[in-house]
Write a protein that binds this ligand. Structure first.
Ligand code: AMP
Length: 286
């Protein structure tokens, strides 16, 4: 595996791949790899001749009071893990190389970004789409893999690719969970022992909601019933502050009132005002 840090060098690498007619799969990440990231790398491996993983803690997608400065980072550790997955290139640029002093452009997707994480984290998705558009231009992938854990992000990227005609296939990977059910996240490393139960309440509430739906015919279930059930499970934990609990259509991300096979439960919860966790699940079926 080769470590590339300069945008000029990565452009040269991808140019050579294209000249050799090799397909490229990209996995954009912010590092501190866990099994979720590694599964995305394996999916990329299956879909392309060459796999590029980007590791960049993108400052412009963090709000002023968020965890940019404490975000876990260990390039050596992550290099080892990526190499173990047969990744060809780990692209880990410096902040100044991605955003030089005179940088002044934003890629902004409207519509899908005004709700859920978009309303709790103003500017977040502009930061995401801007960096992902840059990564797409630098690495010119044929396919790019994103996790369904960040469901709204995946939907926004798909829209950006459609709207702006990027010739890239966007593939979503199902959520990878710990044995306990906790959705894997680099931010889980902030959790202290005593906070685990509260963190697990997201998954437990999802299980309860799915169980509730499975025992009834869907048209008999209101989103309001699901939200109230989920609210009760999470709110039981003093450490939890609910950012949002919503049932939305899995394509438009607009609120659902009745449960259908396209109803997606989406959650964002802050633990002890320090750790923001998200999770989601389709309510009916697999
Ligand atoms: P991050 O490094 O957190 O920005 O994540 C990089 C990519 O990995 C994103 O596409 C995430 O959605 C995906 N990802 C993170 N955690 C998981 C998980 N538990 N399961 C599946 N994909 C994940």
């Amino acid at each position: 595996m080769r470590l590339v840090t300069s945008p000029t060098d990565i452009k040269e690498v991808t140019e050579r791949y294209h000249l050799r007619h090799l397909t490229v799969g990209l996995v954009p990440t912010m590092g501190w790899f866990h099994e979720g990231h590694l599964s995305l790398m394996r999916m990329a491996r299956k879909n392309a001749d060459k796999v590029i993983v980007s590791l960049f803690v993108n400052p412009i997608q963090f709000g002023p009071n968020e965890d940019l400065d404490s975000y876990p980072y260990d390039l050596e550790r992550d290099s080892r893990l990526a190499e173990g997955e047969g990744v060809d290139i780990l692209f880990a640029p410096e902040k100044n190389a991605m955003y030089p002093k005179n940088f002044g452009s934003t890629v902004s997707v409207t519509g899908l970004t005004s709700q859920l994480c978009g309303s709790s984290r103003p500017g977040h998705f502009d930061g995401v789409t801007t960096v992902v558009a840059k990564l797409f231009n630098l690495t010119r992938p044929h396919s790019a893999i994103f996790g369904e854990k960040d469901y709204q992000q995946l939907a926004v990227i798909k829209k950006m690719v459609r709207d702006l005609d990027f010739p890239i296939k966007i593939l979503g990977h199902p959520i990878v969970r710990e044995k306990s059910g906790l959705a894997m996240s680099s931010r889980n490393s902030y959790l202290e022992k005593g906070e685990m139960d509260a963190a697990l309440s997201l998954f437990r509430s999802i299980q309860k909601a799915r169980e509730f739906v499975s025992k009834r015919s869907a048209e008999d279930v209101d989103a309001a019933q699901i939200k109230s059930l989920v609210h009760n499970v999470i709110n039981f934990h003093r450490e939890c502050e609910i950012d949002y609990i919503k049932v939305v259509n899995d394509t438009t991300l607009e609120d659902c009132h009745k449960i259908t096979k396209n109803s997606l439960l989406v959650l964002a919860v802050k633990i002890n005002n320090r750790i923001r966790l998200i999770d989601n699940s389709i309510l009916k079926g697999s």
